[in-house]
Design a binder for this molecule. Structure first.
Ligand SMILES: O=P(O)(O)OC[C@H]1O[C@](O)(COP(=O)(O)O)[C@@H](O)[C@@H]1O
Length: 379
């Protein structure tokens, strides 16, 4: 069945130079982001490498199961990108009105629900997923047999959606926990989705913006793919992404300045005035859409942060910290490395600081950077 699926999958990619897929390279080069095939690093302008083609040659960490799963996630993200770019009437016709949510969670927008349904359907039909947890679901869901567990935020930044501002999908993939096999449901599902971030085997985000870009890692570096609408494929566009060691941009909702602790206030005061370690004046950029703010930070360097306990450990902080670390950066809650935190609650929220190694180290040296009081904000 798997072989048939892959054949079908590859026949859909006939537009591409499939050199990398049909004859896997035997030599690998050690790149800063890990081991990657020589043929992928050296592709000529004429060669277009699809994400599936790339993953098929990425080395031993991508087995057929993960390849199939990643293909389904790509399909879901293409689908979400198409829905986001559609007129509102069409979007409304896709809405499942039976959806409900627990009172303690933010009310979802219609597109949150649609994106959630698309992701769930894609993951279920992959046949590779035992359990999922979504930011839009109250509890973990057990799908059945499959080697993987997927956690995701189907549409982050959706409060901006009516203004066509960029949004994103975030996902993290774990292996199923065999020790939990004997547990009754729903504990089995919960234990599987509440793994520490350092156990992630892959993660990624899709950014829906002027281009739809997917950045992924399967444990050996960070790579980006851009959706080529003329052929309907994510093509390899950002090679071995390395987050600059130091940036000159900070990203935070600084209307909250007067609610911040003094350490964070002093840090931001200093980088604004050129009084930080580099003596350079930093610029501010804040889209208020985490994937978009992080994507810019990954490419240009600096910091993307939310000092209040707002972002979720399981769906946002862990997958994004994993990606940032794979790109040579750092993810912290201001005190602890995100990937080492043991989740204690499925929808647990925490402060999050992601970005360039030297910038995060300097920020953390101010000590008092977490906004512990969260008065609640209307917008
Ligand atoms: O209101 P704040 O603190 O600026 O938070 C904004 C952040 O919240 C988010 O919108 C996520 O929150 P939601 O999951 O409630 O949409 C991020 O995309 C964004 O970075």
């Amino acid at each position: 069945l798997v072989v048939e699926k892959l054949k079908k999958l590859h026949s859909n990619l006939q537009h591409f130079s499939l050199k990398e897929v049909s004859s896997p390279p035997t030599t690998f080069v050690k790149s800063r982001g890990g081991v990657m095939p020589k043929s992928v690093t050296r592709n000529s302008k004429e060669d277009v490498v699809s994400m599936t083609g790339f993953l098929g040659t990425e080395g031993s960490n991508v087995d057929v199961d993960l390849l199939v799963l990643m293909t389904h996630i790509q399909s879901a993200c293409k689908h979400i990108a198409a829905v986001l770019a559609s007129p509102t009437e069409l979007q409304a016709s896709l809405l499942d009105s039976s959806f409900s949510y627990a009172a303690e969670r933010d009310a979802p927008k219609p597109l949150d629900i649609i994106a959630n349904n698309i992701m769930k359907a894609a993951l279920r039909s992959s046949g590779k997923v035992a359990a999922i947890a979504s930011e839009e679901e109250d509890a973990a869901i057990w799908f059945g047999e499959g080697p993987f567990v997927v956690v995701f935020d189907p549409l982050d930044g959706s409060r901006n959606i009516d203004a066509s501002i960029p949004t994103g999908t975030i996902f993290g993939i774990y292996r199923k926990v065999p020790e939990a096999d004997q547990l009754p449901l729903p504990e089995k599902a919960t234990v599987n989705v509440m793994q520490r971030g350092e156990r992630l085997v892959a993660a990624g985000y899709a950014l829906y913006s002027s281009a739809t870009v997917m950045c992924i890692s399967v444990g050996s570096g960070l790579y980006g793919f851009t959706l080529d609408h003329s052929i309907g494929e994510f093509v390899y566009s950002h090679h071995d992404i390395r987050i600059p060691e130091r940036g000159q941009i900070y990203s935070v909702n600084d209307a909250r300045y007067f609610d911040w602790p003094s350490g964070l206030q002093r840090y931001i005061d200093n980088i604004r005035q050129g009084k930080s370690q580099t003596r350079k004046k930093y610029s501010a950029r804040y889209i208020c859409s985490l994937v978009a703010d992080l994507h810019r930070t990954i490419l240009y360097g600096g910091l993307a942060m939310n000092p209040r306990s707002h972002l979720r450990l399981v769906y946002e902080a862990n997958p994004l910290s994993y990606l940032v670390e794979q790109g040579g950066g750092k993810g912290t809650d201001g005190k602890r490395r995100i990937l080492e935190i043991n989740p204690i609650k499925l929808h647990q929220r925490l402060p999050l600081f992601l970005g360039s190694m030297a910038d995060i180290a300097e920020l953390v040296s101010y000590g008092d950077v977490q906004q512990l009081e969260n008065p609640g904000y209307e917008v």
